[in-house]
Design a protein around this ligand. Structure first.
Ligand code: FAD
Length: 475
């Protein structure tokens, strides 16, 4: 009897435990990807990720074919689709890789399959370590990153990645499959993803190309350069590939092992970032409501503002603060935003506009190609100060100083806010302070060609801190 291999957010052949086991079983393998209906738990697939999924699946269809298999596309509830497929093919075994963010959904699917006497086998690979198995000395879960990192570091390397199978034997039965194009994952009018093609190559090959480019050079100066958005490819850009499981974190980790016997500070810093991803999943495992509820319930009383105009200005990159606007426009144009600028824009939404972090989280989920349940929620709560091991609320990012420090020549702002491109370095992060003749020379007319600030940062900051003091009883 054939085995069924269910691909999910592990759209790769390399280091794919379930696929390797299926190949080694010697039985015919039926590969399937299921487009599941939106559920409360998984939420809708964001627009940017829908674009990515289309291209990633089209790459996977080809690579499965290249090893002798066929990838079926089906829609419906996973348990129903898998049961039907098992019935059609006489299969009695379903294999898939574990995805911690949907453990509860998976438990129901497994129970349904077992009712039909279908054996289910799950494999690891989404993370370096099982988030449930990481325990503090007293047996609890970690709330603070540094001891988490130290524990992981003490354990040494994670397990070695598996090589991709060279061949799988395919089922000879002719099975119906849906057509990817009919899933309508790509944007139509307007095609807001026009620039994505230039930057991203979804799929396993694209992931390996990014990894090779990054380990060749940028990793050598990662620690110093990673905070400067204007430097372009100073970071790995692997996040969407990791989010879709086109490359495994173990593969990325071992690529850094091969760079030399001893890891230098840059390599270690990069590994630490990979471990922030692990830590986010660890937090999610111990607090599954992380994307929707404040970790620190004191924040439940925070007087968030509706501020619809402020939210619209933020999403469009029209706040009047150049670094914030550049970030939000990069997000729209590339489906991605530099990490430093994610922190600045998130802080601006929460602390300058006093808008609930969950609104920002949802906007990022819809627009980021790397949107990830655990990392997105953990980072938003980190910025809000409501999370575990979060930045204290009173540490408010000043968008002017952040811009001047991390985009000193304004190249990032000039790229994404072209209407300011001709402004002197001195004023590129504070056009509202520029004398009229300087603005005129640069062709900038505040309130016409570029907005006036939607709020005064210093007044807004005091307002946010006062609200914070009230809910926490601290001043
Ligand atoms: P690199 O610097 O090359 O880092 C390597 C990998 O480490 C990344 O690909 C990512 O998987 C992981 N990583 C790095 N920083 C973090 C971090 N702070 N938290 C968790 N993992 C990290 N990252 C996502 O993958 N998905 C999200 O939805 C997401 N939302 C975010 C929201 C906010 C408000 C903030 C401040 C950060 C968010 N991040 C998210 C984290 C981080 O910004 C991105 O992972 C990073 O910018 C991706 O670029 P890179 O692949 O070049 O990273």
């Amino acid at each position: 009897a054939p085995v069924i291999l269910w691909f999910r957010k592990d759209l790769r052949l390399d280091d794919n435990g379930a696929l390797t086991a299926a190949a080694q079983s010697g039985r015919p393998v039926i590969c399937v990807y299921i487009r599941e209906p939106e559920s409360e738990r998984t939420g809708p697939l964001g627009g940017a990720q829908a674009w990515w999924l289309h291209h990633s699946l089209s790459a996977l269809l080809k690579s499965v074919e290249a090893i002798g298999g066929q990838l079926l596309l089906r829609s419906g509830k996973a348990a129903d689709v898998l049961r039907k497929l098992a019935e059609q093919t006489g299969s009695d075994r379903v294999l898939f890789n574990r995805h911690y963010e949907r453990d509860d959904l998976d438990a129901e699917i497994i129970a349904a399959l077992q009712e039909d006497r279908i054996e289910v086998k799950r494999f690891k690979g989404q993370l370096l370590h099982d988030p449930h198995s990481m325990r503090t000395g007293t047996g609890g879960s970690y709330r603070v990153y540094t001891p988490f990192w130290k524990a992981l570091d003490r354990d040494g390397d994670p397990r070695e990645p598996l090589d991709p199978p060279k061949k799988i034997s395919s089922s000879l039965i002719n099975l119906e499959t849906e057509v990817l194009k009919d899933w309508d994952l790509l944007p139509k009018n307007p095609n807001w993803a026009a620039e994505f093609d230039r930057i991203w190559t979804p799929g396993e090959k694209g992931a390996w190309t990014k990894l090779a480019a990054f380990t060749k050079k940028p990793i050598q100066t990662y620690k110093k350069d990673r905070d400067f958005p204007g430097l372009g490819d100073a970071t790995s850009n692997l996040s969407p590939h990791l989010a879709f499981g086109e490359i495994s974190p173990a593969r990325v980790w071992f690529a850094t092992r091969q760079l030399g016997e001893f890891a230098n500070a840059d390599i270690i810093h990069f590994r630490k970032e990979l471990v922030w991803r692990e830590f986010s999943y660890h937090l999610l495992a111990s607090f599954p409501q992380l994307p929707v509820k404040n970790w620190n319930d004191k924040f439940d009383r925070f007087p968030w503002s509706k501020n619809r105009d402020g939210f619209t200005a933020w999403t469009r990159g029209m706040t009047g603060y150049p670094i914030v606007d550049a970030g939000m426009r990069q997000l729209w144009r590339h489906g991605y935003m530099h990490n430093r600028v994610r922190m600045i824009t998130a802080s601006f939404l929460i602390k300058d506009l006093m808008i609930d972090w969950r609104q920002g989280e949802a906007w990022f989920r819809d627009t980021l190609v790397d949107a990830d349940v655990a990392s997105n929620a953990a980072n938003w709560q980190w910025v809000a100060g409501s999370g575990a091991d979060a930045a204290p609320f009173f540490r408010v990012f000043n968008p002017i100083l952040q811009g001047e420090k991390f985009d000193p020549d304004g190249s990032y702002v000039r790229e994404f806010v072209p209407e300011l491109a001709k402004l002197d370095n001195k004023y590129i992060h504070r056009p509202f302070d520029a004398p009229l003749d300087v603005l005129a020379r640069a062709g900038v007319k505040l309130g016409t060609t570029y907005p006036n600030p939607v709020v005064d940062h210093f007044t807004a900051r005091d307002h946010a801190l006062a609200a914070y003091a009230e809910v926490t009883g601290r001043s």
